[in-house]
Design a protein around this ligand. Structure first.
Ligand SMILES: C[S@@+](CC[C@H](N)C(=O)[O-])C[C@H]1O[C@@H](n2cnc3c(N)ncnc32)[C@H](O)[C@@H]1O
Length: 254
């Protein structure tokens, strides 16, 4: 896959391709805007909800909310002992599980030479398996990477995924091939929120065997299309339509 081709994108609203300025392929620690975090509510890490103590002044509660994280990557770190690592199956307070688990999981599951980015087509660019590549049912095909942002910041990006209670991963201007996965009403992968090496991750898993040169898709869901203000244009139906499983919201159809 040519490096340049990776970070072209298709803007359906302007109906033309554009290039993304800075494409770090690693989950980024850059662009962590202190101000963005200051105005946001501090993300609440799952399982770490502490009741506000009686007698705590409004001022000190506000100070806790305004403290920005030192590094974006720290946000993904699991706290407490209730998470089980998908790789080593240890619970997160056990010493054996950590960065090594995450690295090993990535090496084992995500060989980089399986995917091509093709397009632009009707839905812009898309992610396809390369000729000769077959992905078995149940395989982990990739991790959704991007900039880590507060849950409350800029919810308009159409490349935004939420890790509930943790933060949002926005692949609008950086990410990996998974940012090119289009939506389909008969998808072949599904996103999961998982824990690998004491880290919150969003992983895609094959729902069935995926053959060579097949487009990789998942169902973005009704809320995505409702927020984005357009209908699903996948080829499961002849006309633009509500995505499979979504309920019609009165007056929203365009
Ligand atoms: C995460 S991006 C996928 C990659 C995008 N096609 C590109 O070229 O960069 C999501 C955007 O792709 C387009 N898209 C993906 N699936 C679609 C679908 N089923 N119907 C309409 N637009 C879709 C929309 O523009 C959407 O905002």
């Amino acid at each position: 896959m040519a490096k340049q081709a990776l970070f072209k994108a298709y803007d359906l609203t302007r109906k033309k391709p554009h290039k993304i300025p800075s494409p770090p392929t690693k989950l980024t620690e850059s662009r962590l805007s202190e101000n963005e975090w200051k105005v946001s509510k501090r993300p609440e890490v799952r399982g770490s909800k502490k009741p506000v103590k009686k007698g705590r002044t409004k001022k000190s509660a506000a100070a806790a909310v305004e403290k920005a994280p030192k590094r974006a990557a720290d946000l993904l770190r699991c706290k407490g002992g209730e998470f089980q690592c998908l790789h080593c199956e240890a619970f997160s307070d056990e010493a054996s599980c950590g960065t090594a688990c995450y690295k090993q999981f990535r090496r084992e599951h995500f060989p980089s030479d399986r995917i091509d980015i093709r397009g632009p087509g009707l839905l812009g660019y898309g992610a396809f398996t390369k000729p000769g590549v077959t992905i078995p049912k149940g395989a982990w095909v990739g991790e959704y990477l991007g900039e880590l942002r507060p849950l409350t910041a800029d919810t308009t990006s159409t490349y935004r995924f939420e890790i509930p209670g943790v933060c949002a991963v926005d692949a609008r201007s950086s990410g990996n091939w998974t940012r090119f996965i289009n939506s389909h009403c008969r998808p072949n992968v599904k996103p999961w929120g998982e824990t690998v090496g004491k880290r919150h991750v969003i992983l895609f898993q094959a729902l069935r065997e995926i053959g060579p040169e097949e487009e990789i898709t998942f169902n973005y869901g009704g809320r995505y299309f409702e927020n984005a203000g357009f209908l699903c244009g996948c080829d499961a139906q002849k006309k633009a339509h509500l995505p499979a499983g979504a309920k019609q919201t009165k007056g929203k159809k365009k």
